[in-house]
Design a protein. Structure first.
Length: 264
């Protein structure tokens, strides 16, 4: 039978205030502390499990949504072809310009032929804040000239042919090794050049951007926007050097990769 609250005995829960009833319902002393610890432990465990599930899901999504190394190579080749359609013709001024890709990376061509031309261009490089010169020419070197007239600049000789053939891994290995901590020094300003600043220098600069964490197509775009005369035909070799054996570990069918032919 339902009891009338008005007739309930004094001290019965129905005659207590709401706050008093809440107080009586709480565990007291050690029991209260133990209950809170237990509740916290359960809540923390559940939160950790949810976080682990979220992180695992995110990792799987990244793996499945990111292009494979081989797919990235194909995207790079497509970007190269797209740029080639819009590439401007080279002029004396465009070849000899000093083009900044970003704060720590500059592209240009060789210093010049005459001593006066070399001196004038070297002074421009000094004014641009260059700390390292990376010379990619196998046919010549300005190391002695730079040492004499700008000894504060570190000269790195990274020679290779511009024959349109695949660049050997040793070329990239040597340049990365010789640059060392300059790659991560925020105060370093690298000027990378070859003879004309069209293929070898920009291709090595592309490899340096990959080493710095740039996404491949974004790195290529940055180079060709900063210096429109470039072709960067050895960029696929740089990308394959960066990925190593991973370039062929994709589940996709492996197709022959051919660098764009040299256009003089």
């Amino acid at each position: 039978m339902k009891q009338n609250p008005e007739s309930a005995p004094i001290g019965s829960p129905t005659n207590l205030s709401a706050s008093k009833r809440r107080h009586l319902s709480r565990p007291s002393g050690r029991a209260s502390h133990a209950a809170r610890i237990t509740a916290w432990a359960v809540e923390t465990t559940e939160r950790a499990e949810e976080q682990a599930i979220t992180e695992h899901t995110s990792a799987v999504q990244n793996i499945t949504s990111s292009p494979s190394p081989l797919e990235t190579l194909n995207l790079l080749l497509e970007a190269q072809r797209s740029h080639d359609l819009k590439r401007v013709g080279s002029t004396y001024e465009s070849l000899r310009s000093i083009d900044t890709v970003h704060k720590g990376l500059i592209l240009s061509c060789r210093l010049g032929d005459s001593l006066n031309e070399k001196a004038n261009r070297l002074s421009q490089w000094v004014e641009a804040g260059v700390t390292h010169i990376v010379d990619c020419r196998i046919e010549d070197s300005d190391e002695e000239f730079v040492a004499l007239h700008a000894p504060q600049i570190t000269y790195i000789y990274a020679p290779t042919d511009d024959d349109g053939l695949e660049r050997e891994p040793e070329w990239f290995d040597g340049a990365l090794r010789d640059l060392g901590t300059a790659l991560t020094d925020p105060d370093s300003v690298l000027l990378v050049h070859c003879a004309a600043g069209i293929n070898r220098g920009p291709s090595l600069a592309f490899r340096l951007l990959l080493e710095a964490g740039w996404e491949p197509v974004a790195a290529l775009n940055a180079i060709r926007e900063a210096r429109p005369v470039t072709r960067v035909i050895y960029a696929p070799d740089a990308l394959m050097h960066f990925y190593g054996d991973l370039i062929w570990s994709s589940d996709s069918d492996v197709t022959e990769v051919v660098s764009p032919e040299i256009v003089s």
